[in-house]
Design a protein around this ligand. Structure first.
Ligand code: ZN
Length: 128
């Protein structure tokens, strides 16, 4: 994909971030350097290549850090826990964390998905 074509792709906020029916997060992988990103990108943040493809990301993760959120956008009950995790394969993702009392930095997590499209959040991380 040429750069100008890549820049004409939907904005990152308009791209699919997951496939709930398959139970996977969707990101991008650079054909130039192999960098994987979530959410998916049109242009690689490492090498500038526009040769990116949508990929399914691993569902296993390691907790990096977490924090309690007291102010949320409409539709989310507070407080809730927000986590920064490393997915297997080296992609960093922010998402809700459930079952926090059981986990610490370095704990093994897995991604889980809502059973319907009206539920918020649509995915979260929980102890593996
Ligand atoms: Zn790249």
């Amino acid at each position: 994909m040429e750069l100008m074509e890549a820049l004409a792709q939907p904005n990152v906020s308009a791209r699919r971030r997951f496939d709930r029916t398959k139970g996977v997060l969707l990101g991008s992988e650079c054909g130039g350097c192999g960098l994987r990103s979530w959410p998916g990108r049109s242009v690689c943040s490492r090498c500038g290549s526009a040769d990116l493809a949508e990929v399914e990301l691993a569902g296993e993760a390691i907790l990096i850090s977490s924090t309690r959120v007291w102010v949320a956008r409409p539709g989310l009950d507070v407080p809730y826990m927000l986590a920064q995790v490393w997915l297997a394969g080296g992609v960093r993702v922010f998402g809700h964390l459930r079952g926090r009392s059981e986990v610490r930095a370095g704990s093994a997590l897995r991604v889980a998905f809502a059973t319907n499209s009206a539920e918020e959040p649509q995915f979260w991380f929980e102890p593996a």
